[in-house]
Ligand binder design. Structure first.
Ligand code: SAM
Length: 287
């Protein structure tokens, strides 16, 4: 691994700890500590669970390694990509040790073969340097909504730019915010999964002005996780991307690969480095 000077190399369970999460038993925050055991059941309540999987697994099959998954979670996408493509190797970053532990157990063979490297770190933490230079960086399933402020977004995009090879691809998705759906679901219980023993539900409180929502997740009516989440209009994303030196290579409007238009329910971005920025940086480096 290159450029890991800030990473504490005591790996456990195949996971390298860049920064120990504090207070992981707390239900607040993006650590996904309380929901980890239920994550894959809970997330199936999102109608894009399967289509996002198909989209990323198919598109990543043809892309170059080394790859980085920001917010790898339980590794559902990385595990499939590694299974399909022998040449792939993936570094996964996640702030949740609980999610990473599940990922490491599920995909132990890839960890042992050094094709899957897991790092416990907050990708918004300024003291964390992305380890190495990647050909493909991807961040699936609305994970970008966990980056809450403009300052964090600008820094995150700049740091991805730096950690990406000059011909690399940066890919991520979010939904298109639907105000009338949100108004219907504001302050109401939404069942995400249910069987005879288990009911997993969400409760949302929207801050429409600031494009933020409080999300509270309950298992059998006990709150296990709370976090804030942000939505973006496509022009905001375009600005963050272009201000950091990216150009938009493709904007899909759905996980079936259709192009974005005014009726799209999703925004799936493929960014590449704007070569003018790359050349300027190379000139500065050689001075
Ligand atoms: C919606 S889940 C996506 C998981 C996985 N990529 C998938 O497609 O199933 C978001 C993941 O991002 C992680 N995450 C959220 N904010 C983060 C941050 N600031 N730094 C690192 N990981 C973060 C969460 O712990 C969680 O595992």
């Amino acid at each position: 691994m290159q450029n890991t000077s800030d990473v504490n190399d005591t790996a456990y369970c195949g996971i390298t700890e860049a920064r120990l999460m504090q207070n992981t038993s707390d239900v607040n925050g993006t650590a996904y500590c309380g929901i980890a055991d239920y994550y894959e059941l809970w997330s199936q309540g999102d109608y894009c669970w399967n289509s996002s999987y198909d989209f990323y697994v198919n598109i990543l099959d043809g892309m170059s390694s080394p790859m980085l998954e920001a917010g790898i979670g339980t590794g559902r996408i990385a595990g499939a990509v590694l299974g399909h493509c022998d040449a792939a190797n993936i570094t996964g970053i996640d702030s949740s040790p609980e999610m990473l532990r599940i990922c490491a157990e599920k995909y132990k063979d890839f960890v042992d073969a050094d094709r899957l490297r897991l790092i416990n770190a907050d990708f918004c933490d300024d003291s964390f340097n992305f380890p190495g230079r990647f050909k493909t960086v991807y961040m699936p399933f609305r994970t970008i909504g966990h980056i809450l402020t403009d300052a964090q977004m600008n820094k995150f995009f700049e740091r991805i730019f730096t950690s990406l090879a000059d011909d690399g691809i940066f890919m991520f998705d979010h939904y298109i915010f639907d105000r009338s759906w949100a108004e219907q679901h504001n302050h109401t219980k939404r069942i995400m999964y249910s069987d005879e023993q288990l009911t997993i539900s969400d409760y949302y409180v929207y801050d429409f002005e600031n494009h933020l929502m409080d999300c509270r997740i309950s298992v059998n009516d006990v709150v296990v996780q709370k976090f804030k989440f942000r939505w973006f209009i496509p022009d905001e994303i375009r600005n963050f991307a272009e201000n950091s030196g990216f150009r938009v290579s493709k904007l899909f409007g759905d996980f079936d690969g259709s192009s974005f238009d005014s009726s799209s329910e999703n925004q799936i971005w493929l960014l590449q480095k704007n070569q003018r920025y790359v050349n300027t940086l190379h000139r500065k480096d050689s001075r």
